[in-house]
Design a protein around this ligand. Structure first.
Ligand SMILES: [Zn+2]
Length: 300
């Protein structure tokens, strides 16, 4: 890991942004999507925004565009050409950069394996709980000496984002899991049969390699966060099937990605309107109330 080599203090580094082309920034940007670059191909027009963060650059420059009248910031989680494996993604930089351009509501689509026979390939699950089995990832903003910050994480996901995503997923005609526990494993390898069995026993519904520590980092920045998981396969040993392969995951993902985009579009359109930090009512936005922070938060 290189993260311990230099640990800049967040307040000592600017997080300014600059447009890289001459088109106008639509505003206010309030919604952010962390997903593949294919997810913003549907934008009529967009611009690229370079954002510096105290944690280094995000996986890819932020792309800001218009989705049915809402200004949305996208970041490609795995970078251009899908070059960062799940354990190498700079999650802190990605969330910090999104907040810097104004984002307060994050949608995080991800591909997952199913641990339950009822959710086959193509199903959408909007998890309400998470079990974080990742390790070695920079997972918190609050690791400097100074005021200790413990945020609540009993309910990891945004209630308003979840209900909007569930409603949108139901319009897709796919099977929808309106609740479920997402187990996040470190990867990049898939689980052994024993690990898969353990994750099922632990109450897991689906298993993936991303969105943690994303969800926790969003909470640490008082942002709303909603995971939208698309099932690409049955995890090892589920349903007595063959073990999952990378090729199968890619094939199922490709054949369902248009529907995923449609669900995302509808979710974006249905999300609550922008609220100022001072009077935001969603509990996610109040996660830092009463806490002394070691540095100012970026954005707006
Ligand atoms: Zn929320």
């Amino acid at each position: 890991m290189t993260s311990s080599a230099s640990r800049p203090h967040p307040s000592s580094v600017s997080s300014g942004s600059s447009a890289s082309d001459s088109s106008e920034v639509r505003g206010p940007v309030d919604i952010g999507v962390i997903g593949g670059s294919g997810l913003y191909e549907f934008l009529d027009s967009h611009e690229t925004v370079e954002v510096e963060t105290p944690f280094g650059p995000p996986s890819d420059p932020i792309v800001v565009g218009d989705v049915d009248g809402r200004a949305v910031a996208f970041v490609a989680r795995h970078g251009k050409g899908h070059r960062f494996a799940p354990h190498r993604v700079n999650y802190r930089a990605n969330l910090w950069a999104l907040r810097s351009v104004g984002v307060r509501q994050v949608l995080a689509p991800c591909a997952v394996g199913s641990l339950r026979a009822e959710y086959g390939p193509g199903a959408f699950v909007v998890p309400d709980q998470v079990i974080d089995r990742t390790w070695g990832r920079a997972h918190t903003y609050y690791d400097l000496e100074g005021p200790v910050v413990h945020v609540g994480f009993a309910d990891p996901y945004c209630p308003r984002g979840r209900s909007t995503a569930i409603e949108s997923a139901r319009r897709s005609g796919h099977a929808v899991g309106a609740e479920g526990t997402l187990v996040v494993v470190n990867g990049p390898r898939f689980s052994s049969r024993a690990e898969s069995g353990l994750n099922r026993q632990a109450g897991g519904t689906i298993v993936g390699m991303t969105t943690m520590p994303e969800a926790a980092l969003a909470r640490e920045l008082a942002m709303c966060f909603t995971s939208l998981a698309m099932v690409t396969d049955y995890d090892s040993g589920v349903d007595g099937g063959a073990a999952v392969t990378h090729e199968e995951v890619m094939r199922v993902f490709a054949s369902n990605v248009e529907d995923l985009k449609a669900v995302l579009r509808h979710t974006i359109a249905g999300l609550p309107q922008t609220e100022d930090d001072e009077d935001a009512t969603c509990p996610c936005r109040r996660s830092l109330d009463g806490l002394t922070l070691p540095f100012p938060l970026p954005g707006r």
